[in-house]
Design a protein around this ligand. Structure first.
Ligand SMILES: [Zn+2]
Length: 248
């Protein structure tokens, strides 16, 4: 059988300062300071792997909301449909992926009701086929240079982030297993300009860059200095108080 190399081309929009939970039932992601979502972020395999990591929070709503917010800070929101709460979009899409992966690894049969309303033409081995368009909608394709600029490859153009993720899941299965590391500066102090928030590499890597490593240790050192100064202040006032009480 011929095997194809392909790429998925999609750019999402995101809010520069990230998001916070708000709106009805606290279930919508609202841009911090109500900034416009006009920063562009390219969809990559890292996006896909990051989303798959959210699966482990499926049964813990608070944790899912925290980690989902971080996902959107980095890669933007699932913007469509706009009226559906972001919280439900996370739940729904993770449910889809969980069922898909579970059934696929169990018996190579993704649960069809998760994928398409109808199944088509069982093949000779009994495995049914399904209509791709039922799952990803109408898909645009073009022929573009690959990332190294060496080869022209089929290039899919999904319409939104969830379609991009679904498409990658359906076309690549689950062979992507790169570990994503959250930058310790981001984990501790939140968003900062220049911080990539996530990185990949050896499992003992802690920061997205040397800049974040330096900023982190500066802030930690600053905090312990603060503590020493405060302790000095207390000693000082204690001293004064002692003197005063001696006078009276
Ligand atoms: Zn960082």
């Amino acid at each position: 059988m011929p095997i194809s190399r392909f790429q998925i081309d999609f750019k999402n929009k995101k809010a520069k300062r990230g998001y916070q939970w708000g709106g009805k039932n606290d279930s919508f992601l609202i841009p911090v300071r109500n900034l416009q979502e006009n920063e562009e972020v390219r969809y990559t395999t890292e996006t896909f792997n990051h989303f798959l990591k959210l699966r482990k929070y499926y049964t813990d709503t608070e944790k899912l909301k925290l980690e989902g917010k971080k996902f959107s800070n980095k890669w933007g929101r699932f913007r469509y449909p706009e009226e559906t709460p972001d919280e439900l979009k996370f739940m729904g899409s993770i449910h889809f992926i969980e069922s898909f992966i579970f059934d696929l690894s169990l018996n190579k049969l993704p649960s069809l009701n998760q994928i398409a309303s109808e199944q088509f033409n069982p093949r000779q081995n009994g495995h049914p086929t399904w209509n791709f368009n039922d799952v990803v909608g109408t898909l645009s394709i073009s022929f573009d240079w690959d990332e190294e600029g060496k080869k022209i490859v089929p290039t899919y153009h999904p319409l939104n982030l969830w379609e991009a993720i679904k498409l990658q899941l359906l076309l690549t299965g689950l062979d992507a297993h790169n570990n994503i590391i959250e930058c310790l500066h981001y984990l501790t102090f939140g968003m900062k300009s220049g911080c990539l928030q996530y990185t990949t590499g050896r499992s003992d890597k802690k920061f997205c860059s040397d800049v974040c490593r330096a900023a982190y240790s500066d802030k930690k050192r600053g905090k312990s200095l603060d503590k020493i100064e405060k302790a000095d202040e207390i000693n000082l006032t204690d001293g004064k108080f002692n003197q005063l009480s001696k006078i009276s």
